[in-house]
Design a protein around this ligand. Structure first.
Ligand code: 5GP
Length: 201
């Protein structure tokens, strides 16, 4: 298939997962800006409506349900999942891998645990990183401190994070986001190490 970039030229993939509230978004931004290993953030497709300020093609490709399903039928997705508690579909387009690799960068996927498991099956060599908060209590504290969620949503997020934590042992690396700068430094070191492995093997 013309858009199955990874079949033409397989390159490196890094997958980062972690519950919302683990500080993932900031870590992702910092890594893209600071990592010595070039990272091209994959833009996911989703059926979730755009939030204020989110731009199509930057935050996500916002698709109607039928459009998403058509792409599924065409085998355009490397992985997709209905993300816990959201009810919306999210997926990584194969064309995003191709885009990264043609830029000689690592394809950087920030996806949920279900998607990460699917990537691992297809690319056992993918560098997988699970970002977690120091403790469940700290996670709950951060979630409440944001002040943006209702109690119902908070309870759902906590349940999701407990479910996601069960998968953390399947990742190659687990990083505790106890302090932002330290966590970013640790991931940069992991990527540097993995880069030497990639070129060696
Ligand atoms: P949000 O709707 O808050 O932007 O993201 C909700 C969740 O969807 C996050 O945990 C994020 O990791 C996950 N997600 C985003 N893109 C993808 C994707 O392409 N595939 C999968 N499986 N999960 C995704």
């Amino acid at each position: 298939m013309a858009n199955s970039g990874e079949q033409l030229n397989p390159g490196p993939i890094v997958v980062l997962s972690g519950p919302s509230g683990s500080g993932k978004t900031t870590v992702v931004e910092r890594l893209v800006a600071e990592s010595s290993v070039p990272l091209a953030k994959s833009v996911s497709a989703t059926t979730r409506p755009a939030r204020t300020g989110e731009i199509h093609g930057e935050a996500y490709y916002f698709l109607k349900d039928a459009e998403f399903r058509q792409k599924l039928d065409q085998d355009d997705f490397l992985e997709h999942a209905e993300v816990f508690a959201s009810g919306y579909l999210y997926g990584t387009l194969r064309s995003e891998l191709h885009r990264a690799w043609t830029e000689s960068a690592w394809a950087f996927l920030e996806i949920d645990v279900q998607g990460a498991m699917k990537v691992m099956q297809q690319y056992p060599q993918a560098v997988t990183i699970f970002l977690k908060t120091p403790s469940t209590e700290e996670f709950e504290r951060r979630l409440r401190a944001r002040g943006t969620e209702t109690e119902d949503v908070i309870q759902k997020r906590l349940a999701t994070s407990r479910r996601e934590l069960e998968y953390s042992g399947r990742y190659r690396h687990v990083v505790v986001n106890d302090e932002l700068d330290r966590a970013v430094r640790e991931i940069c070191e992991i990527l540097k190490f993995e880069e030497t492995q990639f070129h060696a093997g």
